[in-house]
Design a protein around this ligand. Structure first.
Ligand SMILES: NC(=O)c1ccc[n+]([C@@H]2O[C@H](COP(=O)([O-])OP(=O)(O)OC[C@H]3O[C@@H](n4cnc5c(N)ncnc54)[C@H](OP(=O)(O)O)[C@@H]3O)[C@@H](O)[C@H]2O)c1
Length: 298
């Protein structure tokens, strides 16, 4: 398995297993344990979580099925989780909101550790920028978790470059990764400064919804139809399927992108691992970009 190096002491697998859909897919008990073990046999050692996945259920399903059953797996994997989305009802609230206050971050972290069945996570990401946050307070909360040994590294998700810069300016620890939506369906983050910012910071990216949430496979919208046609032609040249080409389209980028798979079917996840061996040409990369946007570059 190829890895994405964060620093001398920390790397993540370039294919990471996302657990957002675990509850919907009926993952629990031995089924979830088998899923995690099969991922690890393929070299996928990084598991992506968030407290809100499955309406606050997925972290505990994973903790009960995997880490409480086989604690010896903990040291062999990297656990990523997030903080700062509050679903309706959690704090007696009527609507969903983003909160990166010290109190909320601390409270969510304690719950995540208890649910996951571990005393530390490898990477904690601020899930979404909170427009009401005082960055000094957020930074202090995050740095404190690192100091306490509950978190090894801090990252962000869905942050624009100015938001990364602002939070970083208050932090003692380095922000080591930005987790963004990036796929053949959503190419925006290659062109809006996010990728440039990652290069400038010598920081890799994690791509969420790397298959566009699955829409390319059967969507009848014009973009999906165009993409399927081009992807199928390129895939047949490599003797593979379109999902592998969609992952390969991310992996070829030199900024270093780890793709977070969404499916809980390991035979489908294998298609991401196979993509690590394919290096798309400039021509192929641009054909896919063109199909995504519906126009060629000038
Ligand atoms: N940071 C954030 O804000 C954020 C937001 C969203 C997600 N995430 C992370 O990113 C991960 C991945 O997101 P995602 O689930 O949207 O990823 P995705 O891989 O783009 O989409 C997954 C969907 O694609 C379908 N699919 C996969 N392979 C297929 C195939 N060969 N044929 C037909 N359908 C196929 C899956 O169906 P099946 O399930 O039936 O296989 C599933 O419905 C999440 O688990 C989460 O960890 C982060």
């Amino acid at each position: 398995m190829k890895t994405v190096k964060i620093d001398e002491a920390f790397e993540i697998s370039q294919v990471a297993a996302g657990c957002m859909r675990a509850a919907d897919a009926g993952m629990e008990g031995d089924t979830f344990l088998r899923f995690a073990e099969e991922c690890m046999e393929m070299g996928i050692t990084t598991f992506d979580h968030a407290p809100v996945y499955g309406g606050y259920t997925c972290e505990k399903l994973f903790g009960d099925a995997v880490l409480r059953k086989k604690p010896e797996l903990r040291k062999k994997m990297q656990i990523v989780t997030k903080t700062g989305i509050v679903l309706p009802g959690k704090n007696g609230n009527k609507t969903i909101y983003y909160e990166s206050s010290k109190q909320e971050i601390k409270k969510e972290m304690e719950a995540s550790l208890a649910n996951l069945g571990t005393d530390y996570v490898d990477l904690l990401l601020v899930h979404r920028p909170d427009p009401l946050a005082d960055p000094e307070e957020t930074a202090d909360a995050l740095d404190t978790l690192v100091k306490e040994g509950k978190v090894r590294y801090i990252g962000v998700s869905n942050f624009m470059p100015s938001q990364v810069e602002m939070l970083q300016s208050y932090m003692k620890n380095k922000i080591v990764i930005n987790q963004m939506e990036l796929s053949v369906k959503n190419t925006e983050n290659y062109f809006n400064g996010v990728t440039d910012d990652a290069f400038t910071r010598r920081m890799p990216l994690m791509a969420w919804s790397p298959l566009g949430g699955g829409s390319v496979f059967s969507g009848e919208d014009e973009q999906s139809v165009r993409l399927r046609s081009v992807l199928e032609e390129i895939a047949s040249g490599y003797g593979t399927t379109i999902d592998t080409i969609m992952y390969a389209w991310l992996f070829v980028h030199p900024v270093r992108i780890a793709a977070i798979t969404g499916t809980m079917q390991t035979d489908r996840i294998k298609k991401a691992v196979e993509a690590l061996e394919i290096k798309l040409s400039y021509d192929e990369w641009y054909q896919i970009l063109e199909a995504s946007r519906g126009f060629s570059v000038p």
